[in-house]
Design a protein around this ligand. Structure first.
Ligand code: KDG
Ligand code: MG
Length: 408
């Protein structure tokens, strides 16, 4: 298309499908036949994002110039009045990513080129080893090592607890949204804190120092408990300890930092730069986990990454199965470009999901690599998607032994 020409948005639709789990995908079409897609999946609140898009945002999108990504971002962010919530920021992210997809296709470039070009050959990822006990988790970590992973997150069942976050039946394709109404788990921080160092001791004992090891505490500790865990894990040299504490109170990370040199990662549930501003500028964390789909898209994640770079904080994007291949594809482009890249989570999607979302990123030898197709390289097979209707599904909830409601 000629310079200065407009690229008018003529249609936008939210496509909901469930090839093993629910995904919401926004497709934007333009008058020149170019289309782009963005992920709008928010686990357990999928329909709320669909409504936000269909009832509130899409009507304002029709007729606008798809090339004006920044202005449209500001229009929907500043124009919302009630802004920065997860539902709104996920809907905005879907629009933003679809527009970047269109812009890159119009330019005939893979997205990473449009962002500023390649900063690395491949994107180091971490996989999820988990087991019912230490022996099974150690074996599973071996499986990831055999698949070529350089970095492995390890989660294990805790003796005395019936279920623990991150431990799944199907080891390769973990899905936490496991029921039509929330499953109730029981939790004991005391049991967990005694157990976790034993797990990492066993992993280092078995595999030595060659691989990066990671762990997710999944928001279950107080700052002083997190400090204790970080300290007790120091001999095992973790790449990071994730989500040790719910980060609503950003300054609470000061206390953890005072006590431990275990690197800290946080932010998969954040929706904007304001959720991590203090964590970054006070250097209270080492990795920021907020990713494209839940953090307002590429346009907003670029701001977070640039702020983080100033403070020696690196990216470590969330990449669980409940982020669709569209988010993963866009993330791999972003990771290929962003100067302060740290690591990318890579939880494999099922073959059914991969079939619905054909993509050109590939895993080999511990790295994900983008293809060179124009755009972010992920499509949706709408006909196939139509065969997998939405199924209500929730993440579990968590209670303490005495029944007190707790964080999952
Ligand atoms: O929907 C919740 C999951 O995305 C989350 O539990 C996964 O903590 C997670 C992780 O680190 O992948
Ligand atoms: Mg996590």
């Amino acid at each position: 298309m000629a310079a200065g020409e407009t690229l008018k948005i003529v249609a936008a639709e939210a496509i909901v499908c469930s090839p093993g789990r629910n995904f919401v995908t926004l497709k934007i079409s333009t008058d020149q036949g170019l289309t782009g897609i963005g992920d709008a999946t928010l686990n357990g609140r999928e329909k709320a994002v669909v409504s936000c898009l269909e009832d509130h945002l899409i009507p304002c999108l029709i007729g606008r110039d798809a090339q004006q990504i920044e202005d449209l971002w500001q229009y929907f962010y500043r124009g919302a009045y009630w802004r920065r919530g997860s539902i709104g920021m996920t809907a905005l992210a879907a629009i933003d990513v679809a527009l970047w997809d269109i812009k890159a296709k119009a330019a005939g470039m893979p997205l990473y080129q449009l962002l500023g070009g390649r900063s690395r050959d491949g994107v180091m990822v971490y996989g999820h080893a988990n087991g019912a006990d230490i022996a099974e988790t150690v074996d599973e970590a071996g499986r990831y090592i055999d698949m070529g992973y350089k970095a492995i997150r390890a989660q294990s069942g805790v003796p005395g607890l019936d279920s623990t976050y991150g431990v799944s039946g199907d080891k390769l394709f973990y899905e936490p949204a496991d029921a039509g109404l929330p499953t109730e788990n029981r939790w004991s921080t005391e049991k967990y804190l005694v157990f976790v160092p034993q797990l990492f001791d066993a992993l280092r004992e078995q595999y030595g120092d060659e691989h990066h090891l990671l762990h997710d505490a999944h928001h279950r500790l107080t700052p002083i408990e997190a400090a204790r865990l970080g300290k007790s894990l120091e001999p095992f040299r973790l790449f990071w300890l994730e989500d040790a504490v719910t980060a609503e109170l950003q300054e609470s990370f000061r206390l953890i930092r005072q006590h431990t040199v275990t690197p800290l990662a946080v932010g998969e549930v954040f929706a904007s730069i304001h959720d991590c501003q203090q964590l970054i500028t006070e250097q209270l964390i080492d990795y920021i986990r907020t990713t494209i789909v839940h953090g307002g898209g590429i346009s907003h994640l670029r701001r977070i990454a640039h702020l983080a770079e100033l403070y020696h904080v690196r990216t470590g994007f969330h990449g669980a199965t409940d982020l669709s291949p569209v988010t993963l594809g866009a993330a791999v482009h972003f990771d290929t470009w962003v100067p302060n890249f740290g690591i990318q989570e890579y939880m494999r999607h099922t073959p059914e999901t991969d079939e619905v979302f054909p993509h050109d990123y590939e895993f080999s030898d511990g790295y994900l690599r983008t293809g060179d197709k124009p755009g972010h390289g992920v499509e949706i097979d709408e006909k196939l998607a139509g065969k997998y209707p939405y199924k209500r599904a929730y993440l579990p909830v968590n209670r303490l032994a005495d029944g007190t409601m707790f964080n999952w």
